[in-house]
Ligand binder design. Structure first.
Ligand SMILES: N[C@@H](CCC(=O)N[C@@H](CS)C(=O)NCC(=O)O)C(=O)O
Length: 209
């Protein structure tokens, strides 16, 4: 069985991606949550991976780190789950979106930190607005193109949905206004049992903390 090591569910946006993928493909796994606020966190993380960050996936002797590498590994382990769209053009766009999310949107990350359980006022700045506008444009484009194929960005669930899932929680927490196609996708994501399980665990974490 896989072991997935993740950070606190209320705040660890990178951890949500592979966790959601494993849930969506119904693959059982052992979950280990490390408290990123622990004073010993550096020692704990270094004992798991020299990269010193979560998420980390352990598959027997193999350790895979970085949410993108983990999700790519899962896509290869489970080809029948079609975690990338099968059409090459759609797959190229999905990969571009995932890459843009993985390496970009720094203003969103810093000005709108993940706080799954929190309900905050939307931060205001031109740089944040530009990041939000770009994300909404990406979502609108795919939902307009694939709305007849299913409720996810590319019709069925793909890694693109997993990579933007933390933004779904961010937009809920900060009450970001969305156009109808994006709103429908966000609502669909929020209603997924796996997303609700994550949100519930985030709330429990806060109450225990
Ligand atoms: N690009 C990495 C980023 C991982 C990352 O920054 N993880 C944070 C938690 S969300 C972490 O482990 N922080 C601990 C630290 O930097 O000490 C990924 O996609 O996995």
């Amino acid at each position: 069985m896989f072991r997935l090591i993740i950070g606190n569910k209320n705040t660890s946006s990178w951890s949500l991606r592979p966790w959601l993928v494993l849930k969506m493909i119904n693959e059982p796994f052992e979950e280990v949550v490390v408290d990123l606020a622990s004073p010993d966190i550096q020692a704990i993380l270094s004992s798991i991976t020299p990269a010193g960050k979560v998420p980390v996936l352990q598959d027997k002797q193999l350790t895979v780190w970085d949410s993108l590498a983990i999700c790519e590994y899962l896509a290869e382990c489970f080809p029948g789950s079609h975690l990338w769209p099968s059409d090459p053009a759609a797959r190229a766009i999905a990969r571009s979106m995932v890459a843009e999310m993985h390496s970009g949107f720094s203003h969103l990350r810093t000005q709108m930190p993940l706080d799954v359980h929190g309900r905050r006022k939307e931060a205001q700045s031109a740089t944040l607005d530009a990041d939000i506008a770009r994300i909404v444009h990406l979502w609108e484009e795919q939902r307009t193109r694939y709305h007849l194929s299913g409720p996810f960005l590319f019709g069925h669930f793909t890694l693109a949905d997993a990579f933007f899932a933390p933004v779904v929680f961010r937009f809920q927490s900060y009450d970001v206004d969305l156009p109808p196609a994006s709103r429908a996708w966000v609502d669909h994501m929020l209603a997924l049992p796996a997303m609700q399980e994550w949100a519930q665990a985030a709330a429990t974490e806060i109450n225990l903390g």
